[in-house]
Design a protein around this ligand. Structure first.
Ligand code: 5GP
Ligand code: SF4
Ligand code: MG
Length: 461
């Protein structure tokens, strides 16, 4: 998902619409905005894309006020449906409180059972709703303390923006698994966003990343930084660099695009092929393919053309749509491919649906050989932190060896970047096996937090 928040700007709703539009790649199922006009909260939520649903003057005018938060949703927990669209909103004793959450909580089911047994009535099936109930039932007085009390009880991954009558809050989980950045527009207006591309679109200045474990509150007196959690070594999501973030965003001040090209270069060093052409699987494989081609000294061509009127195939939840999506999305550029030995570069293999179709398509277009190179290690384990990978048994790399995958996909050869190669591209160092610098659980099975819900579920009766 993507989150956005803006404090003290006369056009807070319009800016939030633009910010969410820039974050659309992080979630395409639904979008929502909540504003506060010093008197009242206002909200508009809708299924579908931001540009299709927040595009009229009457909608913007129905969202008055100088502070706002917004959310684009991609459901990883709790499913779709109107009642799960964020920001979630509650009328607490202290006044209204709106919350937008990116990430996934790994003890939400457990907390929910506890809260329900004590009388909480849940409105949605979203894991994020436990936050609202934890705030509502906290024994602290001030809203800010209640919120921090709630944050201390959740586990997993979260980048949260919240809006109360008095303040805008941005919070990042102690490991910093999901990203959140701070920006500024004019003298007085602060912004939180999942990625810097949402700052660029409104002409805001990137100040810095919200730090792992940091809670920043913004009110009449300016900005206040709190560190309410025990300090841990950060473990940001390494897959943001590979796939999830937009290439024009910066993480910790570093260009995602440059890192992706670097991944491609490392991949070429590790896994060379004698070939005529390097062809990206667009768009997600493109920067890595450029890096691969530069390092290997092989010409780069757009041998596959992407239809831009289809969203990310993976993101729609049903298998049927996902299936259809791949065919709708790519077409081979025959003139470039025919008779050539082609290195295809993609960012990842999840179920293998994309790779099978693309390799077949490139062969049909007359390629002599097709060698597939993947800019991440084999995805062997599900993500419990807000990226929608399926259960382990649906992950191709958890069921098959590389040799079996090569046959299944129908490529002449298949190879993945090593985990150390990926680390070198992202942070210029090998993975530290004792204290990994990133979350890489979907590639290693080493989860950096407790998985309370999963362990309860898996426990013998
Ligand atoms: P597959 O077809 O193997 O199931 O998925 C791989 C393709 O989906 C890759 O081209 C990659 O760009 C994209 N992809 C990989 N991981 C994710 C994800 O977590 N979410 C979305 N939306 N797409 C993904
Ligand atoms: Fe990112 Fe993978 Fe960790 Fe999920 S499991 S947070 S996708 S690195
Ligand atoms: Mg892709």
């Amino acid at each position: 998902c993507g989150v956005f928040g803006i404090y003290k700007h006369p056009e807070s709703a319009a800016h939030t619409v633009l910010g969410l539009h820039a974050l659309q790649h992080r979630g395409q199922e639904a979008a929502g905005i909540v504003t506060f006009d010093k008197n009242q909260f206002h909200s508009h939520k809708s299924q579908g894309h931001v540009a299709d649903n927040f595009n009229s003057q009457p909608i913007i005018e129905s969202l008055p006020g100088d502070s706002a938060i917004g959310h684009v949703r991609y459901s990883t927990a709790g499913g779709g449906g109107m009642r799960n669209i964020q920001p979630l909103f509650a009328d607490l004793a202290s006044g209204g409180f709106a919350v937008a959450h990116n990430g996934n909580l790994t003890n939400a089911v457990t907390l929910r059972q506890l809260l329900v047994s004590k009388g909480s009535i849940f409105q949605s099936t979203s894991d994020s709703e436990v936050l609202i109930h934890l705030v509502a039932t906290s024994t602290y007085q001030a809203l800010q303390d209640r919120f921090i009390d709630a944050l201390r009880r959740i586990e997993g991954a979260f980048a949260i923006v919240a809006l109360s009558k008095k303040r805008l809050i941005g919070a990042r989980d102690p490991l910093g698994v999901r990203p959140l950045v701070l920006g500024k527009l004019s003298d007085s207006s602060y912004i939180f966003a999942s990625e810097t591309c949402a700052l660029d679109i409104i002409g805001a200045e990137y100040i810095r990343d919200v730090e792992p474990g940091e809670v920043i509150t913004i009110d009449e007196n300016g900005l206040h930084s709190l560190k309410p959690f025990p300090v841990q070594k950060p473990r940001p999501c390494i897959f943001e660099h590979v796939y999830f973030s937009r290439p024009d965003s910066l993480t910790d001040g570093t260009s995602v695009y440059k890192v992706r090209k670097h991944i491609g270069r490392e991949l070429a060093k590790e896994s060379k092929v004698k070939a005529d052409l390097v062809v990206p699987v667009p768009d997600s494989g493109t920067p890595a393919a450029i890096g691969y081609a530069q390092e290997a000294g092989i010409p780069f061509e757009l041998g596959i053309i992407r239809n831009h009127y289809v969203g990310r195939t993976f993101i729609e939840p049903s298998d049927q749509i996902r299936h259809l999506g791949v065919k709708l999305k790519h077409n081979a550029n025959r003139g470039e491919i025919e008779g050539k030995i082609v290195v295809l570069v993609d960012d990842s293999i999840v179920r293998g649906t994309t790779s099978i179709k693309i390799v077949d398509m490139v062969r049909q277009a007359g390629a002599k050989e097709v060698h597939l190179r993947i800019a991440s290690p084999p995805t062997t384990d599900p993500c419990y932190y807000g990226v929608d990978t399926p259960e382990k048994d649906k992950l191709l790399a958890s069921r098959m060896s590389i040799e079996e995958m090569t046959k299944y996909i129908g490529a002449d050869s298949l190879d993945f970047i090593s985990i150390d190669g990926l680390y070198r591209a992202v942070c210029d160092a090998d993975r530290n096996p004792d204290e990994p610098q990133y979350c890489d659980a979907c590639f290693t099975g080493e989860y950096p937090t407790h998985l309370t819900d999963k362990n309860q579920h898996d426990a013998p009766e």
